[in-house]
Design a protein around this ligand. Structure first.
Ligand SMILES: Cc1cc2nc3c(=O)[nH]c(=O)nc-3n(C[C@H](O)[C@H](O)[C@H](O)COP(=O)(O)OP(=O)(O)OC[C@H]3O[C@@H](n4cnc5c(N)ncnc54)[C@H](O)[C@@H]3O)c2cc1C
Length: 594
């Protein structure tokens, strides 16, 4: 009820009225058909429709956003709405053992804006070395120096005064700002980092290691999704058709010429076919792009033939799945009411501050206030600034998740909550979540069958590599030592003493205990990438080339997180906006004069 009230009340303030002129009328043919209006697809649709001579259709399976999706603090609640595809992984032996059903939740956004409408808004670009590595794997044009202009192009940084200005854009579509609220822990966290020898830096600036406040994809305290940034401002263009609730079921590829020429999709229970004169751009995200390619005959031969499907191009689609796992379940108790929980924010002052001024705790992106990029003892010994661990400071702990949004996103069972957190409801707490930045474990997405409306099979294989587990345990110990450090003792900070079910037989706080905890209740940050890997011709693991063209198929590109050869050491959204910007220039170049 409370959130219904906020939604109704807030709509008129947010200015997020529906500007999409949705209809069931389609041309037979467009120059470009873009599949998926998420972070990658929204950029491409915008940039290609800058040319008034080109017609662009963007098809999105989900609906338009609402005011609720605008509110940064409640990001996790969106996972229990229709804005999440709601996928679950197969049962694993190595992770998610203590979660509901023993399966990992794989949240993916469904709606105009894609996963950027349910994400936590954190704006980080990854490390310089990530892109230099992509390039050294044979992907020409993807070095840091070459991708930086595209990060800058996409960005409109509206609070860059205290951050490295020369690395930030001021005239892009994507608004970046600091949240309009700061708990006292931000200062303590950054100061503790400095005690440890790390700078207070701009994580998107020159140095890869350091502690900082978060930068967020936000405008005046409201979420700035891919759709709000890139689609709505240009929705009036007569050569751009944006079609929500349009689910693509197949990419049409001519079997003889191996040329993509259109798509089939379903809208309002009706089946449509449209043709693409120039290209089909696949931007359905890491899970669905892999699924759609395979449904259209592009994928591993033995897998597709095993399902009785014809193979147009035999490629390792669906392999190389990578993701970031985090331990968001460790709460630290404090003795003053300076933290944020579902209970503390239900007051008229915070609501007024948010709606009228775009300020206050509702602007904290998913509850995350500060970040640290650090090195554990397992990181390279060289003097580089390439982190293997991120620590995310959260304004509240799981015992404050009374409504249950965060628990639902993570998949924490009620019994688990009752045993570990319920005794502490109402007690102030915060969290520091370690994030494994450079996992070695690799997973796979495959088809269950040839029905396009069925879920694909997701086998993430988290922590199948022992080194990932050991590194994560180091990250947990770093988080605990920060929370227990002198500066935090001002609030008499102590770790939640209730042990995790499934690990009670181990000594609380020992390495074995934390390893067990990781296997039971570490969860994904939703940074799934890699299933349509970019790589040079001759790389047997590659699906697309450095221009993001699908090998063996003409006029078909993939532009989303799935093309990343390796996940970056940071959150993925900004990187996918960059990919969208860079891909758009490549596509424009290919069709110059046509
Ligand atoms: C809970 C969560 C929190 C996150 N927090 C952060 C964060 O704080 N910072 C950050 O940088 N990153 C974050 N991420 C990750 C980031 O948001 C994603 O990596 C990014 O948005 C993915 O972009 P994409 O273009 O690859 O795919 P998406 O944005 O997922 O876009 C794919 C689109 O295609 C549509 N689609 C799929 N199949 C079809 C079909 N058959 N027909 C038509 N349309 C289809 C989908 O509905 C979707 O809209 C988070 C992710 C999650 C899940």
């Amino acid at each position: 009820q409370f959130f219904n009230f906020l939604n109704g009340f807030g709509r008129s303030f947010s200015g997020s009225e529906n500007v999409i002129n949705d209809s069931d009328e389609f041309l037979d043919e467009y120059d470009f058909v873009v599949i998926g209006a998420g972070s990658g697809g929204s950029v491409v649709a915008n940039r290609l429709s800058e040319n008034p001579d080109w017609s662009v259709l963007i098809l999105e399976a989900g609906k338009d956003e609402i005011f609720l999706t605008d509110i940064p603090l409640i990001a996790s609640l969106l996972s229990i709405t229709g804005y999440n595809w709601g996928y679950k992984s197969k049962k694993l032996k190595t992770a998610c053992l203590g979660l509901i059903d023993g399966r990992c939740n794989i949240a993916r956004g469904k709606g105009l804006g894609g996963t950027s409408i349910i994400n936590f808004l954190l704006y980080t670009r990854g490390n310089k070395k990530d892109f230099d590595d992509w390039e050294s794997m044979g992907n020409k044009g993807w070095s840091y120096e070459e991708v930086l202009p595209y990060f800058i192009k996409s960005e409109n940084c509206s609070s860059c005064e205290d951050i490295a200005g020369e690395f930030h854009g001021k005239s892009g579509y994507l608004n970046i700002e600091h949240p309009g609220y700061q708990s006292p822990f931000v200062k303590l966290f950054i100061e503790t980092g400095m005690d440890m020898g790390y700078p207070n830096n701009d994580p998107n600036g020159r140095n890869g290691l350091g502690f900082s406040r978060v930068q967020a994809t936000m405008k005046k305290g409201l979420r700035c999704s891919a759709s709000k940034a890139f689609l709505k401002p240009v929705a009036h263009r007569s050569n751009l058709k944006i079609s929500p609730q349009s689910r693509v079921t197949k990419i049409l590829i001519d079997h003889q010429t191996k040329q993509a020429y259109g798509v089939e999709f379903i809208k309002n229970k009706q089946k449509y076919t449209v043709r693409a004169r120039k290209e089909v751009i696949l931007s359905a995200g890491t899970i669905n792009s892999a699924q759609l390619l395979m449904l259209s005959g592009v994928g591993p031969r033995s897998h597709l033939e095993g399902l009785g499907m014809e193979v147009i191009s035999d490629l390792p689609v669906g392999y190389n799945y990578q993701d970031h796992m985090a331990m968001s379940t460790i709460a630290f108790l404090v003795n003053e009411s300076v933290t944020v929980s579902d209970l503390t924010v239900q007051n008229p002052i915070d609501i007024y501050n948010f709606i009228a001024r775009g300020k206050g705790p509702y602007t904290i992106p998913g509850g995350a206030e500060a970040l640290a990029f650090v090195k554990t003892k397992y990181a390279s010994k060289s003097n580089d600034d390439y982190p293997d661990m991120e620590l995310v400071l959260g304004a509240g702990g799981l015992n404050g998740d009374v409504i249950g949004g965060f628990r639902a996103l993570l998949g924490i069972p009620q019994k688990f909550f009752d045993s570990v957190y319920a005794p502490l409801i109402g007690r102030p707490s915060f969290s520091i979540a370690p994030v494994l930045l450079r996992p070695k474990s690799r997973g796979r997405v495959s088809l269950k069958d040839s029905n396009p409306l069925h879920w694909p099979v997701i086998e993430p294989n988290y922590f199948s590599e022992e080194e990932d587990l050991a590194t994560m345990v180091e990250g947990i110990k770093m988080a605990i030592s920060i929370a227990h450090s002198n500066r935090f003792q001002r609030y008499n900070t102590r770790i939640n003493p209730f042990p995790f079910p499934g690990c009670k037989h181990l000594r609380f706080g020992s390495d074995e205990y934390w390893a067990c905890a990781v296997r039971h209740v570490s969860t994904t940050l939703g940074h799934h990438v890699g299933t349509c890997k970019m790589g040079p011709m001759g790389d047997p693991t590659a699906v697309v080339d450095e221009q993001l063209r699908v090998y063996g198929v003409k006029n078909l590109r993939v532009v989303d997180g799935s093309i990343m050869p390796n996940v970056v050491a940071g959150h993925t959204n900004a990187v996918i906006f960059m990919i969208g910007e860079k891909a758009s220039d490549m596509i424009k170049d290919s069709w110059k004069g046509f």
